[in-house]
Design a protein around this ligand. Structure first.
Ligand code: COA
Length: 251
């Protein structure tokens, strides 16, 4: 039996960050661990860049999960929720919860044995306040929109993406995709305040059962994490491939 990559204790969430361009040199090895359905999904992408990003992000996911679950990456089986959220098949291990997100050059992964998890990363693309408010009117709740509209011009970009990533992490936590109306829950919008779920009229009891965190990422990106738990988790952060290689050497 191989040594687990790093110990994932109860109450902990491990967050891995991978640069997709840096991992590109490993694309051949990463492609080899994909399942036939993942390979055909990769082949359906129109653009090479999208195919490569999907292949790398999935390959890294498999390599990570394999270490935590003590299985071979190519033998891991996923099953998908009604709206596409992947989970490890019950035969592999039911205890390990995970979620991933990719945007631009970066992928982020959250793993825990504690509870369902959702993670989101977005690349910040500059746009003026009018454009941001137009999108917010469509996707944000009334209270989020009002708070965003009240932000000084210089804060709008960061506030918009703080709100967006927190909301997206929350819907990914529940695996509901856009079947969960985005206006039926609210997060806080102020980018420098700790992330918080503010209202959940669609599921009132969820309010006290959700933890939300902003994740530090490279400039030009914003990321957030959501967890179904009462207590504050201990978040440990790792970089792919450096920390992975270190652990393999030590293991
Ligand atoms: C599909 C969705 C889960 C996220 O899509 P996204 O932001 O384009 O993509 P991300 O990179 O964050 O996440 C994709 C990963 O999440 C996982 N995922 C897929 N469906 C999921 C679901 N229903 N729930 C949770 N995770 C899911 C998969 O691992 C996927 O990776 P893959 O491409 O390797 O299969 C869904 O939330 C969606 O369609 N969002 C629309 C975006 C939007 O309008 N948001 C408004 C926010 S205010």
């Amino acid at each position: 039996m191989r040594a687990p990559l790093v110990e994932l204790n109860s109450g902990q969430v491990h967050v891995w960050t991978a640069s997709l361009s840096q991992a590109k040199c490993e694309i051949k090895e990463l492609a080899e661990v994909l399942s036939p359905d993942e390979r055909s999904r990769a082949n359906r992408f129109l653009f090479d860049r999208d195919r490569e990003r999907f292949t790398i992000a999935r390959g890294v996911l498999r390599r990570l999960l394999a270490q935590y679950a003590d299985l071979s990456p190519e033998h891991l089986q996923f099953r998908y929720g009604k709206h596409g959220k992947p989970r490890l098949d019950a035969d592999d291990t039911t205890a390990l919860e995970f979620n991933l997100s990719h945007a631009g050059d970066w992928a982020v992964y959250a793993l825990t044995t504690e509870c369902p998890v959702g993670i989101d990363i977005e690349q910040i693309r500059p746009a003026n306040k009018y454009h941001r408010l137009k999108l917010a009117r469509r996707f944000f709740s009334e209270s989020e929109f009002i708070t965003l509209a009240a932000q000084p011009e210089t804060n709008v970009e960061r506030a918009f993406f703080a709100c967006w990533t927190r909301k997206e992490a929350y819907i990914k936590l529940h695996g509901r995709g856009l079947s969960l109306p985005l206006a039926r829950f609210s997060v806080n919008v102020e980018p420098d305040d700790p992330a918080r779920l503010m209202a959940t009229p669609w599921l009132p009891e969820d309010l006290g059962l959700t933890q939300m965190h902003d994740l530090p990422v490279v400039a030009g990106y914003r990321a957030a994490l959501a967890l179904s738990m009462n207590d504050c988790p201990m978040i440990r952060r790792f970089d792919w491939p450096t920390d992975f290689r270190d652990q393999m050497t030590l293991g």
